[in-house]
Design a protein around this ligand. Structure first.
Ligand code: NAD
Length: 421
């Protein structure tokens, strides 16, 4: 498997250019953001269970750290590639900036199929990757976290390997750790909780009634399941949910708590009693009030965007809407709340985990969720105001979110003397 380029990074660069055209962005700032500060490609030799060595390829891309240490997850995936990792690193730069976190953006990837590795092989690969990137990460340099196919267990191995390399235990170098190793209360729920908070604030701003609002969710994993529960708790009606195996719908509403229990017992939401089946494509096109893509990227494309019959699309996944689809949704009057704002609850809770590690003092779940609420409410307000108060008239929330992020990045570059003013 080798790295390939398929334009993910170009898409993020286009989003930045689009936002830059709505503001007076210093060309030097544009130049500094154009390419990542560093992309490290590593080869990781792993002794497999059969005694033979296999070499895996991995990446760590550090896009920009003007606001603070780099931050971003590490994914283990057979299709991970350098272009995608670069794009996701850049998204992290803008996501951290838009919610006001003191972090830059990074992302990592290892080309592998973890489902085909034994537990021992996975551990040796995880430790090998950390040995390969140890020189460029650290609690004040670059703080990785879980992403696709990586979890708290891998963070435990990462922390342990890093401690051995440095001769010192530094849990703040990774977030998303098990609680026993300094993980944070509330981290699991944080992204879904943030999705609900953004929807709640947007509903107030746009005078959109949430009582019984019909919600359709693509993906019932960490993000989709907690978003469903928190939205249910504030009076919304979950009318359809799909996962990778199939989906369910009920116009009268589905209880997400019992649905999760069912999914855990059966491996899928498919067949949940009292519902009718629905496919992922049908869900994306169903009539509802809020459509929440919470699974994969590139789900709404120029092929299906015109079919969307939801009033809002709230991007809980990273990059679920292609630029062409975004334009179609906008032309059709669908309000899109962008990923860098909607799903920023996850990195915000990671930030809290890092702060707690730095202090070696731990907060309750209630404290974490209260602090998260403040970050998300403030971030929505700033983006909403930027979208409403632009000199040229109202601008889309996505453009506004990038404008806010770019303003903060430019101000920090100016203050640090990275650009001549
Ligand atoms: P997850 O692996 O826990 O859940 C993914 C869900 O999507 C599962 O229910 C899976 O069955 C479903 N799915 C996968 N392929 C599908 C398909 N083709 N059609 C329909 N459903 C499909 O992942 P997650 O942590 O919930 O992340 C979901 C998205 O949110 C990703 O885009 C991720 O990058 C983004 N995100 C996650 C976090 C976080 O804290 N977990 C933070 C920010 C962004």
């Amino acid at each position: 498997m080798t790295a390939k380029s398929n334009g993910h990074y170009e898409v993020v660069a286009e989003l930045v250019e689009a936002a830059a055209s709505y503001m007076d962005l210093d060309p030097q700032v544009r130049t500094l953001l154009k390419e990542p500060i560093r992309t490290l490609t590593v080869s990781i030799p792993v002794k497999m269970d059969n005694g033979r060595v296999r070499v895996f390829q991995g990446f760590r891309c550090q896009h920009n750290d003007v606001l603070g240490p780099f931050k971003g997850g590490i994914r283990f995936h057979p299709e991970a590639d350098e272009d995608e990792v670069k794009a996701l690193a850049a998204l992290m730069t803008y996501k951290c900036a838009v919610v006001g976190l003191p972090y830059g953006g990074a992302k990592g990837g290892v080309l592998c199929d973890p489902s085909k590795l034994s537990k021992g092989e996975l551990e040796r690969l995880s430790r090998g990757f950390i040995r390969a990137i140890a020189g460029i990460i650290g609690p004040d340099k670059d703080i990785p976290a879980p992403d696709i196919n990586t979890n708290a267990q891998l963070m435990g191995w990462f922390v342990d390997e890093f401690a051995k390399i440095k001769g010192a235990y530094q849990p703040g170098v990774f977030t998303g750790k098990p609680l026993i190793l300094g993980g944070s209360q509330g981290r699991i729920e944080a992204t879904g909780h943030g999705v609900m908070l953004v929807i709640r604030e947007a509903a107030k701003a746009f005078n959109f009634p949430l009582k019984n609002a019909r919600i359709a969710i693509q993906g019932f994993g960490n993000v989709g399941n907690y978003a469903a529960k928190y939205l249910h708790d504030i009076g919304c009606r979950i009318v359809a949910v799909v996962d990778v195996f199939g989906g369910v719908q009920n116009p009268n509403g589905i209880d997400p708590y019992t649905l999760k229990e069912y999914e855990q017992a059966n491996g899928s939401v498919k067949g949940f009693p009292g519902t009718k089946p629905i496919s992922s494509d049908e869900l994306l096109a169903m009539e509802c009030d809020i459509l929440i893509p919470a699974a994969l990227g590139n789900q709404l494309t120029k092929e299906n965007a015109a079919d969307v019959r939801s009033k809002w699309v709230v991007e809980a996944a990273n990059g679920p809407t292609t630029p062409e689809a975004d334009k179609i949704l906008q032309d059709n009057g669908v309000l899109v709340i962008p990923d860098i704002l909607t799903n920023a609850g996850g990195v915000s809770a990671s930030y809290f985990e890092w702060v707690q590690n730095n202090y070696s003092y731990y907060w309750s779940k209630t404290e974490v969720l209260e602090r998260l609420e403040k970050i998300m409410v403030d971030a929505f307000k700033v983006v909403y105001e930027a979208s409403q108060n632009h000199a040229s008239g109202a601008i889309p929330l996505r453009v506004a979110a990038y404008v806010v992020a770019l303003q903060r990045l430019a101000a920090a570059m100016e203050a640090r003397g990275w650009v001549l003013v």
